[in-house]
Structure formats: C-alpha cells, structure tokens
Design a protein around this ligand. Sequence first.
Ligand code: ADP
Ligand code: MG
Length: 569
Amino acid sequence: MATGKINVSVDNIFPLIKKFLYSDHEIFLRELISNATDATLKLKHLTSIGEASVEYGNPIIEVKVDKEGKKIHIIDQGLGMTEDEVKKYINEVAFSGAEEFLDKYKDSAKDSGIIGHFGLGFYSAFMVASKVEIITKSFKDEPAVHWSCDGSPNFDLEPSDKTDRGTEIVLHVADDSTEFLEDNRISELLSKYNKFMPVPIKFGTRTETLPKPEGAKEEDEAPTEEVDNIINNPTPAWTKQPADLETKDYQEFYRELYPMQFEEPLFHIHLNVDYPFHLTGILYFPRLTNDLNSQKDKIQLYQNQVYVTDNVEGIVPEFLMMLRGVVDSPDIPLNVSRSYLQSDGAVKKISSYITRKVADKLSSLFKDNREDFEAKWNDIKIVIEYGMLSEDKFFEKADKFALYPTVDGKFFTFDELQEKLKANQTDKDGKLVILYASDKEAQHSYIETAKDKGYEVLLLDSPIISHLMQKLETSKENISFTRVDSDHIENLIKKDEAQISKLSDEEKETLKKVLEETIANKSYTIQLEAMDSAASPFIITEPEFMRRMKEMQQTGGGGMFGMGNMPEM
Ligand code: ADP
Ligand code: MG
C-alpha cells in the first residue's frame, strides 16, 4: 500500500471559484460591501479602544459604476491594509488562512458587528470581473499599495500614490457580466442586500429641493441641491431597543421593509436574545388576505444587517412562515445544507425561541386587551390554529387564549366553553357535546333549533378546523365536537327518548322512498322524526365522522399535516 499527497494546482482554482463558489453571481457586491463595512467597523472599534489614533469621522462607502470604462468601484474609508496585510489577507486567505480569520472575526464580531465569515468573500469578485485591483492605504503610517490580478494565480503588487485612508476595489467587469454595468441592476442589488447595512452606502447623487429663502415670491422656483444618494438605513428598527420604539416606528419600518404593502400590520413582535445564541428581529402579523401580492413578502433573514435570504425554512417554525418581518442572527450556519440546518441544535433552539416569543406575545395581547384580541381573531386564527396543530409547546400556551366564537358573536376560550356547557350540554354518558356550525346561512334551521333548546352553537369555519377538533378531542377528556346538522338534536344531546313525528308509519315509508331517490349522496341520512319547529317535517343529516373524514382528506388527512396542504389564502 502506498500513501501520497494529492497535488492541487492553483492554476485551476479561479475557474472553480467562478463556477462553484456561489451559485448566485450577484452576491459579489454584497461580499465586497461587507468587506468595506468590516474595514470601517474595525477602525471604529480600534479608535474606540485607543488602538488607532486617527479621526474616525463619518465614513461612508461609495459604489461607482463606470459604464464606458467597464468598471465598478467600491471605495471605503476603513482601516485599509499595509503591504504585508495585503500579502497575508488577500494572497493567502482562500488557500491557507481561512480558519485563522474565522476565529479572529468570531472574537471581534462580539462587540463590533463584523460580518466576515469564511475568508472567501473577496474572491467572489472574480465571478464577474476579469481583473481586480485593490488600492489601499492603511490607517497606520505606511505607504499605500496597489494590488492587481487578472484571475490567474499571478498578481502584481506595487506602490500607490493614494493619500487618503481606506481601500478602493476596482472590478474590470468581464464580458459575460456586463449586466452589472447598468445603474438599475446595481440599484436593485443594493436595495436587496444592503438596505440595512450599518455603514452609509452612497450610490450617485440625487437632487433635493430646499426651502425657499425668506421673501421669495410665489413664482420663484425653490432652490435645489445635489446630495449624496444614501441607499441604506444604517440603524433599522430591529437593531434598537424595544423601549426606544413606538408603534408608529414599527409601522414605518414595516413600510421600509415592504414598500408595496399599504395595509398596516395587526401587531408586531420584537425578538431580542443574547444567550445561548444571538438573535434580533421583528415579526409582524399581517391581515391575511387573498391578495397574491402579499405572499411574496416573506420573512427576511439577515446576518449582522446583511441580507441573506427569504427562505427561512427550518429557522422559523413552519406555522409562522405566513408572518412578515426580519430575523437577524450571526449564529445560523448558512454554509450548510438545508437538511442539515433542520437538525442543527442551535437552529432548533432558535426556532423554539421564536415559537415561545410569539405565544407569549399573543398571550399578553389577549390578557391586556381582550376586546381587541377578539376583534382580530378572524385575521389571526389560521396561524394560531396551525400552530396548535403542529407544535405541542405552542398548543399548551395557545390553549389558554385560542378563541371559539359562537354564532351570536360571543367568544369563549376552551375553559370558558367547558364551564358554560357543562350544565346543559352533555350526552347521556355525561360527555360534553360542543355544537358548532360552519355556515350560518346553510345551517340556519339547525342552528335555530339548537338555540331554541338553549344550546350554544359555535361558528367554526377555518379550513383546518376538523384537524383541530380531532386534536382537542384527543387531548381533552370527555368532549366531542358535533356539527348541528350531523343528527337530530334529540340524538345529539340525548335527554329522553321522545319521538315527535306526526306522520303515520305508512306515510313515513312513502316519504322516505321519495327522498332517498331524490338525494343521491349516500352519506346523508334522512330522518322523519320532525324537529321541534313545525316548519321541518323531516331533516337530512350527515354523521359527524363521515363529514369530518372527507374534510380532513381534503386538507391533508390522516393526521399528516403540512403547509403543502394548506388551502389557498
Ligand atoms: P472574510 O471577509 O470572510 O474575512 P474575504 O475574502 O471577504 O474574507 O476578505 C479577506 C480579508 O481581506 C478580510 O478579512 C480583510 O482582512 C481583507 N480585506 C478585504 N477587503 C478589505 C477592505 N475593503 N479593507 C480592508 N481589508 C480588507
Ligand atoms: Mg468578506
């Protein structure tokens, strides 16, 4: 047996990076702006701890597109690099130094919000550029340097006459990537990935109208001024303390996040945890409508204010994916596959934290202002009912505030319902019979008959209510849900054996035959024992279990439950 060392030829590494490093070429800009941000935040950190004796000032990052020269410039006023640092961080990083950097950044990220992760981001520039230049001057008193590389493993490094601190990256855009020389395309990328990054980012200028000077005439034009076009909000609401924010701040941020959403969210939940993982964010409960537009406004995932994705599967519990908002956590291992993510311990903790926060918020809304909670119930019930079905922990909490409305517009919690019904609404075995209707119009006469007897009838019309009833029946003792038209009311809540039909046996036979021929559906039962009201000589019923089985099959039966089966909303 022989052993040996595989020789990796670096000549081949650039084509590989270009092809496989990231599936999305457009993220190059995110990576380079992240580096510029890191360089700025590092300097901030160093000046604040007295390790850099320079003026920090109000640094910005500038992105410039030179369409004619086929170049993109990313310019920062951060800490810059010395010649040795360029050699160390740029020339070696991707091949040997990645781990060292990862460790280092983890440390400094704690107090300064530094983004860098795998020591590969810089090389994403070669996905769109045939040549990359770095012109950089360190905050340390050392000469500026100019590095350039055309994608081969050879680079040039020479002195530069740059005098101001910071780094300029110049991308010579490759022929297959000229889309990135369009201002619109760059704007699109900036607003997708960089909208909430912590250092101001300038892209061009815009014209601002100034107030007219005193004494100006009506017909005088207001003066204007060219100002930097800053594309980001460096301090988005989720990075602030909840105590410093008012409802209107949350509403404003909602609009910033979803400029096309004109309807106010019902309420928000501010997430904020430091231990055992870092996570911040704001979730919003939208009014769920049939508006197709609303479905593309999903929860967005950020890491240190850099947009990562709106695919939060595995991180946010399934039943909460209908919500909107932002989750920001540096602790989500995004370099791994989605299936791994779902089994990762930290990620599971994040998901259950979010579930708990949502349950607690709902619970306090219920306790603090029940009237308002009842008014919102119809708009939020679908999320709560899904949650009760899919997460036992959520069920436990939600069981205290989930509401069961009656046909008369009253709302009961389950406990209240039980208390209310126990005297009057039990069957002969003492089991609580919870009568409900799913359609006030269609089941009107059944509802009236039940009400005449003094019974409460719930109005339960969610698409998944059959599943929830099933769950309640198994988790609570001695209760059953029965739709008002599932049998004769006398059979549903059996007190005595009274028969009340006024028809003779012969008449019954004839009538039954006629009815059976007319009504094709075999799961219906025809009962000739008239209901109390004289207007109903006979009733047609469908046993609860038959109907519920059909319904559950339609909405994903057999206890199997997933969003995939969710009805269109
Ligand atoms: P990461 O950001 O994950 O550390 P990158 O490949 O994106 O890895 O960058 C490698 C290193 O190059 C950075 O860690 C940093 O030391 C240096 N660097 C890159 N861009 C800049 C910049 N604009 N200013 C200063 N240093 C930079
Ligand atoms: Mg980076």
